[in-house]
Ligand binder design. Sequence first.
Ligand SMILES: Cc1ncc(COP(=O)(O)O)c(C=O)c1O
Length: 405
Amino acid sequence: MRLSKLASEIAESPTLALNEEARLLRERGEAVINLGIGEPKNKTPISAVLSSSAKLTSGEVKYTPPDGLPSMKKAVIRYTEENYNRLVAPENVIITNGAKQSLFNIFYSILNPQDEVIVLAPYWVSYPEMIKMCLGIPVIVTPEDGTFTPSFEEIERAVTSSTRAIIVNSPNNPSGEIYPPKLIEKIVDFCERKGIYVICDDIYHKLTFDRNVAPPAYSFSKKDVEDSHIIAVNGVAKLYGMTGFRIGWVVAPRQLVGVMTNVLAQTTSCVSPIAQAAAEGALNGLQSIVEALRLQIQNNRDVVLQEMRTFNGARLIEPKGTFYALPDLRAFNNNSVELSKFLLKKALVVTVPGKEFGMEGHIRISFAGSVKDITEGIGRIKWALDATSPNEIYIGDRKMIRDWM
Ligand SMILES: Cc1ncc(COP(=O)(O)O)c(C=O)c1O
């Protein structure tokens, strides 16, 4: 079969593939625990349900303007004012089918063939693939000191005359790291001087723990949105646990939003008004939901830390935000794909290999699910890898004996 070389070279989404594998195993009655997917278990906020069902029952479910419904944009404008301290016009905002489409459309709209985008490792799996789809070149910067935070000097060294953007995701998927404010400040200052875009993937910006905060890049710029090189991406997936509604948005200079609007109009026409109404409902509704979700996830993070304390050989940098932990398991195997496969086969636990995020020897554990799944899932991983842990365990109602050490 003749297929596009470019499309054929795009890697499968490992998290979605693993999620599917877990679903199939569960369907076969296996007691599988999914620590792979980043999806909170909460129900959709009621304000979102009411708003979208009102839209549905109105029967007025038609195409919307390609850049989003005016009322949805209004909600984003208010959000931007409250959370980024920036006044923006409707022309600075575009509503997309998830933050994923926001990011793809940004890359498509700013890159010419062979342009480079700096991606900081560990990184979200989709960035390099999206950049390649847009004929750009992802330039990966990996911290040399073994942490999850590259230094400014490491970033600066990777910049060339072809660099068009640096993508910053803090709090970070997959490490849970929050970059120090000083680093963001230096990146913003550098990019503004060089005319390079700072793409801020702020999808987890409210999911921070203890006293940690992730200050928006805008707080380090004196420029208004129109003159700024900052592009802010956000959405409802992680903010309200509304992953299935597929609503994201971008705040950027209007010329870029204009180009992105044409890209969106020619590819997906617009975003479903039912989903936009849901997101609008969530944004205009009670915000205590966000704090409740944050506290629940913080509690889950504490459970992870407690479980990992007795995991001999594993090293974990404490996640300060998101719902991911990225333990270093090189003491057991340097090959994270083998590790993840081994854990699925022996312990029926889904994890994501660190290799997918540019961090070989690590695995990503999502703690978005229930405390029971987290405790049991990490318990099983310890049983499978750590020779000092008890060698008998129950998986479902089957008693398992570790006989490979
Ligand atoms: C860092 C990061 N950015 C963007 C997205 C995509 O978000 P959405 O579900 O709104 O497309 C995700 C989803 O996992 C993510 O982890």
